[in-house]
Ligand binder design. Sequence first.
Ligand SMILES: [Fe+2]
Ligand SMILES: [Fe+2]
Length: 381
Amino acid sequence: MKTLAFLSSQWRLRTVLTRKCWTVRNSNEHSTCKRTRTTSSSVPVSCNSVKQAAKQRRPVRLICVGDIHGQWDEEDEMALRSLKPDVALFVGDYGDEDVRITRRIADLADDVSFAVGTVFGNHDAFFTASNGGCRRAPYDKSTTCRVSDQIEMLRCYDVSYRSVSFDNIPFSVCGGRSFSAGGPYWKYKTFFRDFVGVFNLKHSINKMIQAVMTAENDGVVFLSHNGPTELGDKPWDPCGKDWGEVPGGDFGDADLRVAIEEARNLGKRVPLVVFGHMHKTLFKGSGNRTMVKTEPDRNTGFETLMLNTAIFPRHTVDPVTRRSLRNFHLVQIGEGGYVDFAEEIWVTSDGKIRESTSLYSGLAMSGSSSAAAVEVHAETR
Ligand SMILES: [Fe+2]
Ligand SMILES: [Fe+2]
């Protein structure tokens, strides 16, 4: 906590960043996006659906797509279209630098009538971020850079280190750290410097908080590959380390935690934080991870839902009909600006929900909603 308090105070001293040092990617490169509009942070973002300017308070349906790891095809796209969300959020880990999947998602996002937000996972830089990965790359690194290709493909939809607002959606989406592998140390220094333009944890905090400060709406939904710190240090906690000789430890992102707290300090409402990375099935089949937690939003007395969406494999077969089922998470944010409910769902390609597990119900609003979440996870562990 002391470290976080220190870092939090430091960002106030360094709110102006020197962009001239960025080497490869920064938000200015989004200036030629097709079908985009400009947010308050002057970053054009995807919003190819809704034309109304007024933001009415109404229930908003989000579909969250957890870690994909290569399991994304035409049936997933049909299912997502059929679910008819207002917003679709992708948490990354599309594959191991699998540009075919990234291309499919970009093409889908260009075509659909709902808003789309994406971040990248650590596997999306699998052969580039670490020395070991570089040595195993199955393609010629001297002529090809798949990480840059992926960034280019999704540049209109990537929300990392940005705040994005969509017409007629009464909250902004703020992005955390793309390519995060979690843990207490700043990993892949050279990679983050060259491909993300971020030099260290303090810099990362500064960039996230800048994004929060430019959020157009009072409500902020965070989207990140890995979740924040302080969700527990047990192997089965939402960001707990479940591997190694001594499992356990809080492997959440400290920068995302500071950004969430600063959003609250700024008086923002934070109904939802969506992430992945830490898969539901624990290492060596030692049970299931707790995928949701709640914490009080001190500004309003409502709750923030912390939702881990990483379920893999995300394809299965209905044992009765033998039809293929695809995993998603359905979240509804209600007229009051907070999460009404969250469900893990398994869906046919025509959008029929065959299995649904209630993860959270905030409809009762206070007190009882947290208890409901805990109860569900006691059953599934
Ligand atoms: Fe993953
Ligand atoms: Fe990951």
